[in-house]
Design a protein around this ligand. Structure first.
Ligand SMILES: Nc1ncnc2c1ncn2[C@@H]1O[C@H](COP(=O)(O)OP(=O)(O)OP(=O)(O)O)[C@@H](O)[C@H]1O
Length: 239
């Protein structure tokens, strides 16, 4: 599904070039719920941005369903991102003057006359359909994040990218959001998620750890026992 070969990425600052990713190789399978961990500044978001076509790469290749990301640009890249990728961030980036329903439907309206039906179906899935006519300022942080998940799913993406989606939420709300993502994954949704939290990482099915610009480990969890996964994540992150 996603094939990353020898991905290298550096950033230019005033006086020097800083290499962040130094040769990442990874194959993401359909149905993976891949957790990306690593120290602050290690390059987790940079990896997500490169794989989702948001940022360019210096060397290597990223192939998504047979398309090489570095060989397409402009409109073609925009269309691929719209139809194949969904995004959830720590900040929900909802549009304040659109209702919850409109926030979810907006990117689908340009090509589907039934976009609102699809948006309603997703609001039901994340259990906030009763809030469809509210504006973002009239719902809680957790409800906003549910809305952001529905919005990310509205174009039926093959891959859902999530960058610290629960970092701004309290523990119980974070668990509710993770249960939704876990359920989506069980229904077949491929997810790539960055988190700092071993507790949150335990909801995944597989984990990589970024260190010194490469993936130091690539570990499949054995099941969906949260406690067992948590223990495994702790072993990996503490060694
Ligand atoms: N556009 C940019 N220009 C220059 N440096 C950048 C840019 N984006 C990121 N960096 C640097 O690249 C490094 C990796 O950043 P990145 O955001 O990928 O780390 P991270 O592992 O996601 O960190 P955190 O866990 O703190 O969010 C950091 O040192 C950051 O300062």
């Amino acid at each position: 599904m996603i094939d990353v070969k020898n991905l290298r990425k550096s950033y230019q600052t005033q006086d020097k070039t800083v290499e962040i990713l130094k040769g990442i190789n990874i194959h993401v399978n359909p149905g993976d719920f891949m957790i990306i961990m690593g120290e602050s500044g290690s390059g987790k978001t940079t990896f997500l941005n490169c794989v989702s076509g948001f940022d360019t790469i210096d060397e290597g290749s990223i192939e998504i369903g047979g398309t090489k990301l570095n060989e397409i640009k402009g409109k073609a890249l925009e269309q691929l991102r719209l139809h194949q990728f969904g995004f959830i961030f720590q900040d929900n980036y909802l549009i304040d003057n659109l209702t919850i329903l409109e926030n979810v439907a907006i990117t689908r309206l340009q090509y589907d006359a039934k976009a609102y039906d699809k948006a309603m179906e997703l609001l039901k899935k994340v259990h906030i359909d009763h809030l469809k006519d509210n504006y973002p300022s009239q719902v809680s942080g957790g409800e906003k994040q549910r809305c952001a998940i529905a919005r990310a799913l509205v174009n039926e993406p093959k891959i859902l990218f999530a960058d610290e989606p629960t970092a701004a939420l309290d523990r119980q709300t974070a668990d509710e959001i993770m249960n939704i993502l876990s359920e989506l994954n069980k229904q077949g949704q491929t997810i790539l998620m960055v988190t700092h939290s071993p507790r949150i990482a335990a909801y995944g099915t597989r984990m990589v750890f970024v260190e010194s610009g490469v993936f130091e480990c690539d570990e499949a969890f054995t099941g969906d026992d949260l406690e067992a996964n948590y223990q495994r994540v702790m072993e990996i992150t503490e060694r």
